[in-house]
Each structure stands twice: as structure tokens, then as C-alpha cells.
Design a protein around this ligand. Structure first.
Ligand code: G3I
Length: 457
């Protein structure tokens, strides 16, 4: 891939160590292995004979989740000026997943105006086909707790505070069931654990039984969402692979698993609040391997780069290194940025666009990886025997088949097991998409596929 070529050039110039070049080659090999699958197209005539054909392969969506935080207040009340119009348009164009920056948080959810804007924003995002991350059910940071919960905790009324958490999880979970695909049930337990510590004095914060109760309550409220714990400082670790924060999150997930709590994922926020917070690609892989060993999916949930030490170019270089590492890791299912435009970013430093909607170098790197390097788009591929055998990135496709004077465009979904499609031409063409394994059964199966396609015509 292009990255490997760049690695080779930099190495020959003495700018990249052998170890770094090896790391990039290994990452690209994993991307090839885990993010692609066989895509087979066979073009035949009504008698099942091969027909020379030309195809275009156009990827319309990625199976990997590319998301951003969305500010539901700005989304709904930003008006019709350039900024709000651009904001909504970029969300529609660039992402297949979204997280409300604040709109699902406990305080906001209990304010009617904020909640209504959250619901309306989710309606709009769902209409665009996006998946939604729910963020977050319980964040024990006092500024993010309702006033009465803080009052109860201050008064030593732990039962009242705990009851409020259980009722809130039931309420927000059931209200969003079927609308969010996952929930951050708990956010930042390492730094903010006032409720669990009050409920279980003397118990390590990683082993508070209330954590398991929260996950169980979330599962009852929403039977299908993947339930996450979310935390910062795990990948943005100043290049360290063994911090006490990392250990604490590891121990917390281990505890939840030991209690059979329904945890399905770990959210790795990835706020790089200074250039010093950077962790190298190889060390990112070490950390990801460690958390993947817990048997849950991983997701980068809040990536951004702000604070001291950054230049536009170092941000571009780092987002490329970081994205390559996480996209190459088979346990990672998504990469979410915490806002995309400086005009709506909590630190005024989003990865993609500056305040005037100019694409930043880091934004150009993101665009190149998401829409060019990690998508499959091939035009004018000719097969004199009507047989096409590709490896393509997982996701949704439209395939144009041009055989003689017949042109058909057919949708195709490419999953991890691969997909094969037999197309019958020239009369009104019909198709059927089958798992790649089925096609490997050979001509007998292809013949039946053709006859089935006739039936459904
Ligand atoms: O809603 C009130 C509004 O009524 C009031 O007029 C206004 C006055 O300042 O404040 C509004 O609340 C603000 C809220 O965002 C909504 O805009 C809070 O002051 C402000 O502190 C809050 O900041 C958010 C912060 O989380 C705390 O909830 C940021 O926008 C948001 O980007 C940030 O996101 C967090 C993730 O949830 C967890 N990981 C870290 C990340 C960055 O801190």
C-alpha cells in the first residue's frame, strides 16, 4: 500500500527506523487480512456459459464505524446560516456513526429542552442510516450528576443516590432501546467513582458490585445494545504501556467479566491533550492486544488532538499513525472523533476542519485513509471469461456490469466471509448474491443459483 511505499522512502532517507518500517508493514498486512474479503462476480448467459464483461466496483459504505461526536443543541438550534448548514451537511456526508456530545448525559436528559433536541437529532441521524453510540448512562463526575444526586451524596444518603442511578439507567435505556446500538454504561470509573465508593466503602473501585448491577440494569432496559465501559488515558498514555490507569481499567473489566456482567466493549477515548500524550504505533498495538485479551470489542470513542506541542503537520502525521494502528487491530470495530470542526469542539481543536471550514492537514489524512486507502473503487475491470475475483474492503457496494449492450447496477454487501455474485446476461439480467463458500461448491451450485435467479425475476 501507499503507506508501505512511504515507509520505504523514509527509511532510505534515514528518517524512519527499521523497526518503524516493520511496524507499518505489519499493520498493513493485518489490514489486508482483517478488513478485506473475497468479492467474486461471475457473468454468464442464460445457458450458464461465461460472458466477457467489464465491471465497475464502487464502495458506497464502510463496514468499519467511522464516527464523530455531534452537538445536538447546535444541530437543532444552529439555524440556517453557513456554519449550521455546513455542520449538518458534513455529518451527513462523512460519518456512518454518531455520538451525542452531551445530549445523552444524565443532566441533559432530565432537561426537557435538551432531551427533545437529543431525540430530534437522533431521529435525523437514524434517517441517514447511522449507528448511534449512547454516551453515557453513569458518569460520576459531580458536574455531570443531577443536583439532587450530589445533594444526596453530600448528605450521606447513599441509598437515594444509588436508587437514582438504577432508575436513570432503566429510563434512558428503555427510551433509547432500538435507537442506539451501544451504550457507554459507565464513563471514567478510575477518575470519578463517588457513588460506587460511597456504596462500597473500602472496596477497590475496580470491584464495586454496583458496577455489575448497572450493567445488568442496562441489559434489562435495552436487550440488544452492546454495553461498554469508556475511559480516557488508555491509548493517550504518553507512550506508556503499563500505567496505573490502564491497569485499573483492565482490572475493572476483568471484575465485570468475573461477575458475568453483560459487558461487550471497551471505549478508548483517545483525547491527546498535548503532543506529549502520543503513543507510538507499536505501543498502541501492545495496549490494544492487552485489552483485546479480555474478550470484548474495542472502539476508539473520542479521538482528538489539542493542547501544547502540536503543529498542523505533526497532527497529520500522528492521526495517520494512530488510525493505521487501530484499523489494523482485529478487535477494534470503530474510530470516532470527538467533533470534526473547530467551531464545535470543546477545546477548539477538532481533527478535520478549522473554524472557517478549511480542511486541516490532519483532516486531509483522515479523508485519504477513510475514503481512498481503505475503500475499494475499481473502474473498467475487464474479464474476457466473465470471472472477477477480488479482495475488497468490507462494506456496501454497487457493481456495474457491462456485457455487450447490457448494463446493470447491482448492490452487494461484502462481509467477513466474502460474497459471490452470479449475473445472468444478456436478457433482463438477474442476480443472486451468495456466500463465497457456496460458490466454491462449483458449477452445480452456480447452476442452481442461476435457476433461482430466474425464479425471482
Ligand atoms: O447545558 C449548559 C447550559 O445550560 C449553560 O448555559 C452553559 C453555560 O456554560 O453550560 C452548558 O453546559 C455545558 C455542557 O458542556 C453543554 O454545552 C457545560 O458547562 C460544559 O462543561 C459541558 O462540557 C462538556 C463536557 O464533556 C462535560 O460534560 C463538553 O461539551 C464535552 O465535549 C465533554 O465531553 C467529554 C466526554 O463526555 C467524556 N470524555 C471527555 C470529553 C471531553 O471532556
Amino acid at each position: 500500500m501507499r503507506r508501505a511505499a512511504i515507509g520505504g522512502v523514509l527509511m532510505s532517507l534515514g528518517l524512519l527506523s527499521v523497526a518503524q518500517a516493520d511496524w507499518i508493514d505489519d499493520a498493513n498486512a493485518r489490514i489486508e487480512q482483517h478488513r478485506k474479503a473475497p468479492l467474486t462476480v461471475t457473468v454468464v448467459d442464460a445457458a450458464g456459459n461465461a460472458v466477457p464483461a467489464t465491471i465497475n466496483v464502487r464502495q458506497t459504505a464502510s463496514a468499519f464505524r467511522w464516527g464523530s461526536a455531534v452537538n445536538s443543541n447546535f444541530y437543532m438550534t444552529g439555524g440556517t446560516g453557513t456554519n449550521a448548514t455546513q455542520y449538518r451537511a458534513k455529518i451527513a456526508q462523512l460519518f456512518n456513526q454518531a455520538t451525542l456530545e452531551n445530549g445523552h448525559k444524565w443532566r441533559q436528559w432530565e432537561m426537557t429542552g435538551d432531551r427533545n433536541r437529543s431525540i430530534a437529532t437522533i431521529d435525523a441521524l437514524l434517517a441517514q442510516g447511522k449507528t448511534i453510540r449512547g454516551h453515557t448512562m453513569v458518569w460520576q463526575r459531580p458536574e455531570n450528576l443531577p443536583d439532587d444526586v450530589n445533594v444526596a451524596l453530600s448528605a450521606g444518603n447513599v441509598t437515594a443516590a444509588v436508587d437514582r442511578t438504577m432508575n436513570h439507567i432503566a429510563a434512558i435505556g428503555s427510551a433509547n432501546a432500538g435507537r442506539v446500538s451501544e451504550w457507554d454504561v459507565v464513563n471514567e470509573q478510575w477518575a470519578h467513582n463517588g457513588i460506587t465508593s460511597a456504596a462500597h466503602p473500602g472496596v477497590p473501585i475496580e470491584q464495586a458490585p454496583l458496577l455489575a448491577q448497572w450493567f445488568n440494569a442496562a441489559r434489562v432496559a435495552d436487550p440488544s445494545a452492546t454495553l461498554y465501559i469508556n475511559d480516557y488515558g488508555i491509548l493517550a498514555s504518553n507512550n506508556s504501556t503499563n500505567t496505573s490507569h490502564q491497569q485499573s481499567l483492565f482490572d475493572t473489566v476483568s471484575y465485570l467479566k468475573s461477575q458475568n456482567a453483560p459487558i461487550g466493549g471497551i471505549g478508548l477515548q483517545s483525547h491527546f491533550g498535548s503532543a506529549n500524550a502520543r503513543t507510538s504505533g507499536p505501543n498502541l498495538i501492545t495496549i490494544l492486544d492487552r485489552f483485546a485479551s479480555l474478550g470484548v470489542e474495542l472502539q476508539v470513542t473520542e479521538f482528538d488532538m489539542y493542547g501544547s506541542g502540536w503543529t498542523p503537520q505533526s497532527q497529520a502525521d500522528y492521526i495517520r499513525e494512530f488510525m493505521t494502528a487501530v484499523f489494523s487491530h482485529p478487535a477494534v470495530v470503530g474510530f470516532n472523533i470527538w467533533g470534526f470542526w473547530d467551531g464545535q469542539h470543546f477545546a477548539g481543536s477538532a481533527p478535520l476542519f478549522d473554524a472557517n471550514w478549511n480542511l486541516k492537514p490532519s483532516g486531509a489524512a483522515w479523508m485519504d485513509l477513510v475514503f481512498e486507502q481503505w475503500r475499494t473503487n475499481i473502474y473498467g475491470l475487464h474479464g474476457s471469461d466473465g470471472a472477477f475475483d477480488l479482495r475488497a474492503f468490507l462494506g456496501e457496494y454497487e457493481i456495474d456490469i457491462i456485457a455487450g449492450d447490457v448494463t446493470r447496477t447491482i448492490p452487494l454487501s461484502l462481509g467477513v466471509n466474502g460474497t459471490g455474485m452470479t449475473v445472468v446476461v444478456p436478457e433482463p439480467a438477474a442476480t443472486i448474491a451468495l456466500p463465497i463458500g457456496a460458490l466454491l461448491l462449483g458449477r452445480r451450485f452456480r447452476t442452481s443459483a442461476v435457476s433461482r435467479s430466474r425464479q425471482i425475476r
